[in-house]
Ligand binder design. Structure first.
Ligand SMILES: [Zn+2]
Length: 174
């Protein structure tokens, strides 16, 4: 599962994650690995006036507006390796950090016989964390690869704390 690997979260984007561009090669190599049955890419896909934006009292600048360039998957990502794109964050009243929040992701995975997930993408301390922890809560085996994630680190150490939270929720960190 490739979380929110979008232009706005890459360098130059509205909510750039430091070194976000550095993980593309690792993600692409995973996506091309035949041991994975399904490769899902989530997109943060917000309507105008989403509750997470500062203008609505949220904590983030406007980012990943539906159908904008910023919401497109970043060009470093090899689209050929992606089987399904799942859009999240469409409910204006929720953060929409998790790929499972307000989507059919859990059903989609179960229909395809998936019982374990490897999660990579952006950002470690928000959407990766929430997606991985919710996946574990849904009963999936979950692993996060450090080489395939980067964090925002609004406060120094946020990403490491997120890693520990995921581990405490039963997520394997490799
Ligand atoms: Zn967002």
């Amino acid at each position: 599962m490739i979380v929110d690997y979008q232009n706005d979260f890459n360098p130059g984007g509205a909510l750039a994650v430091p070194e976000g561009d550095r993980i593309a090669a690792h993600i692409n190599s995973l996506a091309a690995d035949p041991r994975f049955d399904v490769v899902v890419a989530t997109r943060d896909w917000h309507p105008p006036g989403h509750g997470s934006f500062t203008e609505q009292g949220g904590v983030w600048p406007v980012h990943c507006l539906q159908d904008s360039d910023g919401a497109e998957l970043a060009p470093g990502l090899d689209r050929a390796g992606i089987d399904v794109v799942v859009d999240k964050g469409q409910d204006p009243g929720t953060d929409g950090y998790s790929g499972f929040d307000g989507t059919n992701l859990a059903e989609l995975l179960r229909e395809r016989g998936i019982d374990s997930l490897t999660v990579v993408g952006l950002a470690t301390d928000y959407c990766v964390k929430h997606t991985a922890i919710e996946a574990a809560g849904e009963g999936f085996g979950v692993r996060v690869e450090r080489a395939g994630v980067r964090g925002v680190d609004v406060e120094a150490g946020d990403s490491e704390r997120a890693i520990e939270e995921m581990r405490a929720a039963g997520v394997e960190i490799s």
